[in-house]
Write a protein of this length. Structure first.
Length: 154
């Protein structure tokens, strides 16, 4: 999924579980950062010579109210727990009885996330005054879903 100033987001199921990556698109390839949950790695694909995107820091544990619309137009609501871990962010969506694990990398005013719900998918959120707003995609869907995250307040 492309976004921002020449950035590319990817999620895949690797040997150790879910991998999430964010890359700069360059004429000669990609430079990026990724996490498989054990820390942050850097990678060059092709003959790219640029620097990987700078990662931000996720400040603390957070809970968000989630509202979204799936690719088929189905609306949903739930919660998202976000916890910093080894430079990345561990995520868990709760929608109804379903719990969906994931991980993310903060990049400036963007949050690049991957999730694993039977299959895997990728989400990209931009920071807004009221929280985060983004799009998500999972293989097999013919369109993007949309999702908003607002800080949870009791």
């Amino acid at each position: 999924m492309t976004f921002g100033e020449g950035l590319f987001a990817v999620a895949r199921v690797g040997p150790g579980g879910l991998d999430v990556g964010v890359y700069h698109l360059e004429e000669s390839g990609l430079t990026g950062r990724w996490t498989g949950g054990g820390g942050i790695g850097a990678e060059v694909i092709g003959e790219a010579f640029g620097e990987p995107p700078d990662l931000g820091a996720w400040p603390e544990d957070a809970v968000f109210e989630v509202t979204g619309e799936g690719p088929d137009g189905t609306e949903y609501q739930g919660f998202l727990q976000a916890k910093p871990w080894n430079g990345a962010v561990v995520l868990r969506w709760t929608v109804g009885e379903e719990q969906i694990p994931g991980g993310a990398l903060p990049v400036g005013d963007w949050l690049v996330a991957g999730f694993n719900e039977g299959t895997y998918g990728v989400s990209v959120y931009s920071r807004e005054e009221s929280g985060w707003r983004g799009r998500w995609y999972a293989p097999g869907n013919g369109a993007f879903g949309e999702e908003s995250l607002a800080p949870y307040s009791e």
